[in-house]
Design a protein around this ligand. Structure first.
Ligand SMILES: C[S@@+](CC[C@H](N)C(=O)[O-])C[C@H]1O[C@@H](n2cnc3c(N)ncnc32)[C@H](O)[C@@H]1O
Ligand SMILES: [Zn+2]
Length: 336
């Protein structure tokens, strides 16, 4: 079901009939020799997470979140005994819990580093990857034959690619007839809306719960980018406003939406969430910020925050209610 990187004909791993053997590195099949990211030139651009790596999830990189387990359960159910493609699987927040359900998965990402964190996460939870084929692939040119997988998930990646339409066309191509493209989105939950309307209803959130947190985060973002602008450095952003629904509604035969309600209260301090990731240039819009310049600007801002909010400002928490999980299921026309 794979396509040979050399002659483009159908092949099974590891060797094509043309004689080419797909190289393996750290148990990851190397289907693509494209760069980890492309942010210049005339062709399609994308932000791979090779150098974001461990900063992406920081000290939570081996955690399997409840929302990931919930999504994985549904994805495994919908995939059944078929094959799931987890495109741009990153550090495996979906692949790992789906592997625990023994789902057959092709987990592909352009970053070997992210794929290796996926392996470590599985290891850490003693989850076998026997049903998983790990591949370094480019989502813009998926090395799979047409109509070869039953379900595809491509979470949080379309906004990182300058040509998301091409990725969705690829997803459509590799899906079998009747196959499903499963998308996960967040939506503020019912309890969040209730709490916003009536401060004492859930006694959880009031309007000023996150004032300080928001003030710091907004200042961090706006002043960071304002200062970098003076050096001619701008955020790297591609398709953040891409309308996936409009594009998929035309391409797919059917669309269904499922909601998994959540809404438990949670809190996260700056020092465990945003701050370490931001400080390590772990957000995709920071990929083209030179390290020394980043450190210089960041230090100015952190000094300002310490002066204004005190040394312990990093312990200030964001308090909220978990978003509901929204699963959009697009179906490709035809019967399998
Ligand atoms: C924000 S992370 C999302 C990871 C995972 N799907 C999740 O939901 O946590 C984006 C991932 O897309 C990968 N990526 C970016 N451009 C890609 C491309 N052209 N082909 C394959 N993967 C790509 C990055 O390396 C990164 O692992
Ligand atoms: Zn070949």
């Amino acid at each position: 079901m794979f396509l040979c990187p050399k002659c483009r004909s159908k092949m099974s791993l590891p060797t094509c009939s043309c004689g080419y053997t797909v190289p393996q590195q750290n148990f990851i099949w190397q289907f693509s020799d494209m760069p980890d990211m492309v942010t210049e030139g005339d062709g399609d651009k994308y932000v791979g997470y090779e150098h974001i790596g461990e900063s992406y999830s920081g000290n939570r990189r081996y955690v399997i979140e409840e929302k990931d387990t919930l999504f994985a359960e549904r994805v495994s159910e919908l995939t059944g005994t078929g094959m799931l493609l987890d495109l741009a699987c990153g550090d495996g927040c979906l692949t790992v819990p789906c592997a625990a359900n023994k789902t057959k998965i092709i987990a592909g990402d352009i970053s070997n580093k992210m794929l290796s964190i996926l392996r470590q996460k599985a290891d850490c939870h003693k989850i076998s990857l026997d049903t998983v084929t790990l591949c370094r692939i480019n989502a813009l040119e998926i090395p799979l034959a047409a109509e070869s997988v039953d379900t595809v998930v491509a979470d949080s990646v379309l906004h990182l690619i300058s040509n998301p339409q091409k990725v969705i066309a690829e997803i459509w191509r590799v899906l079998k007839k009747g196959g499903l493209f499963l998308c996960r989105d967040d939506r503020p939950g019912k309890r969040q809306k209730e709490a916003n309307k009536c401060n004492d209803s859930a006694n959880i959130l009031s309007d000023d719960t996150n004032t300080l947190y928001n003030e710091i985060v907004n200042t961090l973002y706006s002043e960071y980018w304002n200062k970098l602008k003076e050096y001619g450095v701008f955020p790297t952003k591609y398709s953040w406003k891409f309308n996936r629904d409009a594009f998929c509604d035309d391409l797919f035969a059917d669309k269904k939406i499922e909601i998994i309600e959540r809404g438990n209260p949670y809190e996260i301090p700056l020092k465990d969430g945003l701050l370490p990731r931001f400080s390590a240039r772990g957000y995709s819009d920071q990929v083209d910020v030179p390290k020394e310049l980043h450190n210089k600007v960041l230090n100015i801002l952190l000094t300002q925050f310490r002066e204004k909010y005190g040394d312990g400002f990093e312990n200030i928490c964001y308090r909220g209610l978990e978003d509901d999980l929204v699963i959009t299921i697009y179906t490709k026309a035809g019967t399998p």
